[in-house]
Design a protein around this ligand. Sequence first.
Ligand SMILES: [Fe+2]
Length: 383
Amino acid sequence: MRKEFNYFMPTKIVFGNGYIDKVEEYIKKYGINKLCLITDSFLAETSFGQKLIESINGVKVFTEVEINPGIQSINACAQKIKEWDCDGIIALGGGSSIDTAKAASVCALSGESIHKYLDGNPDKIEIKNTLPVIAIPTTSGTGSEVSQYAVITDEKSLRKDSITSEHIYPKVAIVDPVLTTGLSVRLTIDTGLDVLSHAMESMFSKIRNSFTEILALEAIRTVFQWLPVCVKEPENIEARGEMAFASTLAGIAMSHCCGTLPHGLGCPLSGHFGVPHGLAVGVLQKYGILSMGHTCDDECQRIISFVNPEENCKREESGEILLQMIDELFNTIGCEKDLKEYHLDEEGIERMVEDAVIHGCTGLHPVEITKEDIRNIYYKLKG
Ligand SMILES: [Fe+2]
């Protein structure tokens, strides 16, 4: 019998090579008179960044986006949007730019600090309205352009928190694979693993459903086939298009199912040790699957038969075979499988355990995860 579910995705998605040029159409459509472009200084200087800036009359440009944006930088961005009297936002970049735009779109309108809206704030206030956001992703990874979340780091505690609301879905996501052809191999791997993680965790989340499963399966199949091609041939536009498509599908699935153990334990790794988000959640996939025992054998079997229809695996062997497939993918793309380089220390691990155990994604893992389980996994990653 089908499980009950809710599905809501109000973002218009336009997908195609060169579609960044369609931005003016949407500025008009949403009646935006004065735009703020939120990006980073590197992207603002690229040829497509410059072209975008030159094409929009009177655009104000905010380039102080932080990697893992913090409360102060969101509030500073919102303050600028208010000062400039902008009534709409374009976010150009990866998750940090898009999350900054989504969060600042709330505060610029309300005048409140983003701290008041954080999911981890026991007195949090509800998000009621935002400025319209046009999201243009330049990586195939976070899926923030199609999600109801924005991740925000508390600079004092280094805890990664988030805001969640149906109101913060961007109005439109312009997904233009051409923008991703200049990504380095390292960024391609890290962001590609984030796509895989969103899709895998959507398959195992306690709140998974029949609808998001279809999106997640296609995203997983696409990552296995095309991420290695993107790594080997960074300018292969067909491969970049496939990964951009997978990122969109996985982002929608994740927005409905949330993550599981890898995102629950991965966010503290980025907050406390600066591990790139995609790498952190990617290396944790193995531990997520191992921790499930045989609880999700059906889901593992479904993934395997979707990725490789000729693989006729037994139900009870499916977890092990999926682990092998992930291990082979890591070998093919040349990605490390532990985090030795990040020098995880005892004190930092204890702080991460405290953050991970209360992270929303950890609670959605299909089996219960204790502090001891979390600590053991961090020590394994430490190498
Ligand atoms: Fe992620």
